[in-house]
Design a protein around this ligand. Structure first.
Ligand SMILES: [Zn+2]
Length: 242
């Protein structure tokens, strides 16, 4: 039995990138801890999204949830000023955040840290910062780091199609995302945990009920028949650092 610490940027990230892996680790008898850098709130802190994260963690069999105390930095051209009560994660000192995370890794005697790949997946500034802080914390605590990602190639094909069809998108379709297949070291089949993963996603009510394209996608995902959800989200990929 070992302890796995999953480091994430925002509540709900734990499900999409690592939910199946965490549920599988817990089912196999390992201790699982989620550390979230931000509470996913842009303004003054409020408990809503952390409550959703704790509900999701309970479904996935996670034993402990820790918030590092930063605010969401937002995804867009403007990095807004900090809210009155805390620093946006994109402005946090990497060393300071990494030493807080390393402290948890030592306290938990963790054997693996899950973090994000060098592109921060699709490039959200908080996700890039998770990569930087996770890498540093792994060094400080002497813990192996597995960086969550997806194979880039199918996504690049979608990007090409978007450009070819001139579909309007909010963000630069040319941005380099995730990791090439050749860099991926671990692929976990988590289709057995599709039901748990979908249920964990569904309790992020604020994200499922919001406006805009991400919320629409979330609503579609939580309503899919479980086997179809498993086909779409039943695999998780990681790059072993170093
Ligand atoms: Zn996120």
């Amino acid at each position: 039995m070992t302890t796995i610490v999953a480091f994430h940027a925002h509540p709900d990230d734990e499900v999409l990138m690592t939910g199946g892996t965490l549920a599988r680790a817990s089912a196999d008898g390992h201790r699982v801890v989620i550390v979230v850098a931000t509470d996913g709130i842009m303004g003054p802190s409020e408990p809503r999204r952390m409550d959703e994260l704790r509900a999701s963690a309970a479904i996935l069999g996670v034993h402990r949830v820790v918030h590092l105390g930063y605010a969401d930095s937002g995804h867009g051209p403007i990095l807004y000023p900090d809210p009155p009560d805390r620093t946006r994660f994109a402005r946090a000192s990497v060393d300071e955040a990494a030493s807080r995370l390393a402290e948890i890794l030592r306290e938990e005697q963790a054997s693996v840290l899950l973090s994000y790949d060098a592109n921060g997946g699709y490039g959200h500034r908080d996700h890039v910062r998770v990569h930087e802080v996770g890498a540093r914390a792994g060094e400080l605590a002497g813990v192996r780091v597995l960086e969550a990602t997806m194979p880039r190639e199918p996504l690049v094909r979608v990007q090409r199609l978007v450009r070819l069809l001139r579909i309007p998108v909010r963000y630069d379709p040319d941005v380099v995302v995730y990791s090439p297949r050749s860099a991926i070291t671990h692929r976990f089949d988590v289709r057995r945990f599709a039901r748990q993963k979908q249920a964990a996603l569904a309790v992020h009510h604020s994200q499922v009920s919001g406006n805009g394209r991400p919320a629409t996608i979330m609503r579609v995902l939580v309503k899919l028949p479980v086997p179809l959800f498993g086909i779409l989200l039943g695999r998780e990929w990681f790059v072993l650092r170093g």
